[in-house]
Design a protein around this ligand. Structure first.
Ligand code: FES
Length: 309
């Protein structure tokens, strides 16, 4: 059982996890007026203030290394939410940390494909080198280690990420050397994507701010060239063998499949074009949100088609 971050007495429980929120270390610098101003800048990006909560949690994490009770309090104050509401979100997502995080976060995928190719052996070796278990930080504060479920890069298995940057096709030796380099203060180049920063830097980027000190540093942070080899192996093998995917059933249906597909597409479009009610009916007479469906960024207008009685 664990405490919700921000619960004053530290005794509230969720029953969903086993990671207690640690009180802030005595030497942790408090959040500043600058943090609060940046939080308001994030809020201003959204039509509904509470939509800003996720990047705000990354922001407080970028200053203090984890979501502290103070950070929960700041988010709650600025958004007009309770600390319990903020805590419920912060404890739901694994990217929000509940205890101080090391300079770097090393995530080792031990899900199915990575595991059969050595992911668990990598995790065990790195854990032994660091003297830690899952979600623990080395005594020198350099690295926090965690098991990760699929990191969405199965074609590059076994995969390790550092501060969410990819290090593909690792083995025990390469992963141990990677972590040793991090502990020496080095920042090995990821296999692809942006250069490595650190956990606080990537948290700042996830909050929507540049993690670079100035424009020159930002310009120097050039992404590694993409390399699609493992992703395209199946396609290239099929090409060599002269294989092709079978046609889609609708295009060969003797009973007019094309017409049926067009009919379905038309019906779907009509549904999208229909006027949508504002807000989500929570069943207790209160709207879940006062944002009209379809006006939130990133949505395509697909809201509930009718309110419950
Ligand atoms: S199983 Fe490891 S990245 Fe998908």
């Amino acid at each position: 059982m664990s405490a919700l971050p921000g619960s004053a007495e530290g005794t509230a429980v969720t029953g969903l996890d086993s990671s207690p929120v640690e009180p802030a270390p005595a030497d942790l610098p408090p959040l500043t007026e600058q943090t609060r101003l940046e939080a308001r800048e994030i809020i201003a990006r959204y039509p509904v203030p509470r939509s800003a909560l996720l990047p705000m949690l990354h922001l407080v994490q970028s200053y203090q290394g984890y979501v502290t009770p103070e950070g929960v309090g700041l988010c709650a104050e600025e958004l007009g939410l309770t600390k319990a509401e903020v805590g419920a979100v912060a404890t739901f997502y694994t990217m929000y940390k509940r205890r101080p995080t090391g300079r770097h976060l090393v995530s080792v995928c031990t899900n199915t494909l990575c595991a059969v190719l050595g992911g668990q052996r990598i995790f065990d070796a790195v854990a032994a080198d660091l003297g830690v278990h899952h979600d623990e930080t080395a005594a020198d504060g350099s690295v926090t280690l965690e098991h990760a479920e699929c990191l969405a890069a199965c074609d590059y298995a076994p995969v390790v990420t550092v501060d969410y940057e990819f290090y593909d096709q690792q083995d025990v030796d390469s992963a141990r050397e990677l972590v040793a380099a991090l502990r020496r203060g080095e920042k090995p180049l990821p296999t692809r994507g942006a250069p490595l920063t650190d956990f606080r830097g990537i948290s700042r980027q996830l909050a929507g701010f540049s993690q670079h000190a100035d424009a020159a540093a930002a310009a120097a942070a050039v992404d590694a060239a993409g390399e699609l080899g493992p992703t395209l192996i199946g396609l290239r093998l099929a090409e060599r063998r002269g294989e092709a995917a079978p046609p889609m059933p609708d295009s060969v249906s003797p009973s007019g499949g094309d017409a049926q597909a067009a009919e379905r597409a038309g019906a779907a479009q009509a549904d999208l074009d229909a006027p949508q009610p504002a807000g989500r009916d929570t069943g207790n007479g209160r709207a879940g949100t006062d944002t009209p469906a379809g006006t939130e960024p990133g949505t395509s207008g697909q809201g509930p088609s009718e309110k419950k009685a």
